[in-house]
Design a protein around this ligand. Structure first.
Ligand code: SF4
Length: 193
């Protein structure tokens, strides 16, 4: 009965793992990392690069995420593409709150990450003031290659379970900054540990 209660409270994390269920957990993490869909959340010029990433040349379908969802209920990743105005901040938070767990956030571009050149009262000086950010993609705008790097870094962290551990311990996002990460210049290959 205690085992059932633990699973109801904590999901897979509540399972007292043996050699069979440990493999099941790995399978779930693997499936999650390869079936994450994006919420449509383009806010400014960065969104053009995000759209380009989903188009034929870069082909996000290779990573199982070609479908951008208009409904937050069907989305797993919020890519904040562009500067966030004070007026948009509560809307962004509401969309994030409506996404089902587990969910992740990529901050795309310097404006989303820090306000960028918009150092003024109208723009939020970093979207991490509103939602927990898992990966920061640098650039103005980040190229599709940079966004794909951010996405693959996120996928790897989902597969490792790294993000879920941080989320449960601190409630914060993984906050991986590709511009300072020692792995920033090393291509992330999904499935390699
Ligand atoms: S980072 Fe550059 S491209 Fe992106 S929203 Fe800001 S000004 Fe536009």
């Amino acid at each position: 009965m205690n085992a059932v209660r633990s699973v109801l409270d904590d999901g897979l994390a509540g399972v007292n793992h043996n050699f069979v269920t440990a493999r099941v957990e790995d399978l779930v993490k693997w499936a999650r990392s390869r079936s994450s869909w994006c919420a449509s959340f383009g806010l400014a010029c960065c969104a053009i690069e995000m759209m380009g990433t989903g188009a034929a040349h870069y082909d996000l379908a290779r990573f199982g995420m070609e479908v951008f969802r208009a409904s937050p209920r069907q989305a797993d990743i919020m890519i904040v593409a562009g500067r966030v105005s004070q007026k948009m901040a509560p809307v962004l938070r509401q969309v994030y709150d409506q996404m089902m767990e587990p969910k992740w956030v990529i901050s795309m571009g310097v404006c989303a990450s820090s306000g960028g050149m918009f150092n003024n009262y109208a723009i939020v000086q970093g979207v991490d003031q509103i939602v927990p950010v898992d990966v920061y993609a640098p650039g103005c705008p980040p190229t599709p290659e940079t966004l794909i790097h951010a996405i693959e870094t996120l996928h790897q962290s989902i597969e490792d379970g790294e993000i879920m551990r941080r989320r449960s311990s601190s409630g914060a996002g993984a906050a991986i900054d590709l511009s300072v990460s020692p792995t920033a210049t090393v291509p992330v290959v999904i499935g390699q540990k």
